[in-house]
Design a protein around this ligand. Structure first.
Ligand SMILES: Cc1cc2nc3c(=O)[nH]c(=O)nc-3n(C[C@H](O)[C@H](O)[C@H](O)COP(=O)(O)OP(=O)(O)OC[C@H]3O[C@@H](n4cnc5c(N)ncnc54)[C@H](O)[C@@H]3O)c2cc1C
Length: 389
């Protein structure tokens, strides 16, 4: 095994795997260093929602480009990503109805199958859903969810088949530099050299940035989710839903389960090494109350399980994609709780940026890490003023 390579990728989550996949598509054989195992971080804990509805055009473009991969996985990547089409309903409070209309128009202009539906239509699509507090919703008939670990694993397997080297149980402990350029990394195993090092370390990426001597605003975000056993009257499946007015999202899961997550009560600033096998005290009660308020029939359901995960988060809750002040050091992190569905496109764009110096698939320059110092935070034109907290 040679310790010198063209590109080192730090982290074997869905973003490290996606970048490795796209680099190998261009003939570059990166080394992926993973401190634990593939998808052991946020990816393996992710709810896996795949939808295109955002209030920022760039996110929607990345999600739409990625959707083509999810829909044609076997042909484009190989293996399985577990994409399941359920349809997706986006609910917002009445005060955001105009923003919803404007955002759906923006999605349609990109080519995304999305439409405005009435509350009655939403009820027809999901009869158990209470629809008395909104008049319209957005609907994406093609959207659904995928299996995040399978997605990461098949990207990584495809990359390895094309020559990428994955080294697990190998934690990066230092970033080596010379003359303002990155030269390699130190690890718990041995040192590796490369002119390009990419930080895809998720919730741990802030630590890697510090190792590289970079001062960038970066925090951790914890998110609990639970699965409930659906009572039979709700049916064998249902659409995925994001419900901003009740700060909640849900989607069906195999085995008659429904996954529920909350938009609030997600602590920032904890150690990413915290316990993710259990939800925080109080979460289950809050989530059950919220789901029963939107779907009263869930009162006859039962708790199945709950778990948690950590992602990296930035001040505007959008990723950091691109170079920072250290030549050859790239950031591909800070996905702020929303990075799964855009991973195939982000890996493609990052491979273009690294190999060609610019992207051709989607212009990701608005997500440049320098935007924080420049005061150019990303916000949608018709924003829902949505914040994780
Ligand atoms: C509970 C939960 C639900 C979510 N639901 C959704 C959703 O429905 N839809 C959506 O789009 N997004 C969702 N997200 C967000 C999404 O899952 C993440 O944005 C995405 O998985 C991040 O992938 P990643 O590869 O950047 O990070 P990770 O998957 O965390 O991977 C980073 C990897 O880096 C490794 N690493 C860290 N430090 C080092 C080191 N020093 N050396 C070597 N390796 C290191 C870690 O072990 C880890 O495997 C959710 C997140 C959580 C936590």
């Amino acid at each position: 095994m040679s310790n010198t390579t063209e590109v080192i990728i730090i982290g074997g989550g869905v973003h490290g795997a996606s970048l490795a996949f796209h680099l190998t598509q261009r003939g570059v054989k990166p080394i992926v260093l993973e401190k634990s195992f593939v998808a052991s971080g946020a990816t393996g804990r992710s709810s896996g929602l795949v939808r295109m509805h955002y209030d920022t055009e760039l996110d929607s473009r990345l999600a739409w480009t990625s959707f083509n991969y999810f829909r044609n996985w076997e042909e484009l990547v190989g293996g399985a990503c577990g994409f399941t089409r359920t349809g997706f309903i986006q609910i917002v409070a009445r005060g955001y109805a105009d923003a919803l209309r404007a955002n759906v128009l923006m999605h349609q202009q990109i080519g995304i199958p999305s439409l405005i539906i009435s509350a009655q239509d939403a009820h027809r699509l999901f009869p158990a859903l209470l629809t008395d507090d909104f008049d319209i919703a957005a609907y994406e008939p093609e959207s659904g969810y995928a299996a995040p670990s399978d997605t990461a694993m098949s990207l990584m397997n495809a990359a390895r088949e094309r020559g990428a080297l994955l080294i697990q149980d190998c934690a990066v402990t230092g970033v080596q530099t010379a003359g303002g350029k990155v030269t390699g990394v130190k690890t718990t195993r041995e040192d590796f050299s490369a002119p390009v090092v990419v930080n895809t370390a998720g919730a741990w990426a802030g630590r890697i940035n510090q190792m590289a001597g970079l001062e960038l605003p970066y925090d951790t975000w914890r998110h609990d989710i639970l699965f409930v056993k659906r009572p039979p009257d709700i049916g064998s499946s249902h659409p995925a839903v994001i419900d901003f007015s009740r700060e909640m999202y849900l989607r069906p899961e195999q085995g008659g389960l429904t996954l529920v997550g909350l938009e609030d009560g997600n602590p920032l600033g904890e150690s990413p090494d915290g316990d993710t096998d259990h939800a925080k005290p109080g979460f289950v009660e809050r989530a059950i109350e919220r789901i029963c308020a939107r779907i009263p029939a869930m009162e006859k359901g039962g708790l199945h399980s709950a778990h948690s995960g950590y992602d990296g988060i930035t001040p505007d809750q959008h990723p950091m994609l691109g170079t920072a002040e250290l030549e050859g050091f790239y950031l591909d992190c800070g996905f702020s709780g929303m990075g799964f569905k855009i991973a195939p496109a982000v890996g493609l764009c990052m491979s273009e940026l690294i190999l060609d110096g610019k992207t051709t698939t989607v212009d990701i320059s608005d997500f440049s890490p320098s935007r924080f110092a420049e005061g150019k935070l990303v916000k949608g034109k018709h924003s829902y003023n949505y914040v994780w907290r």
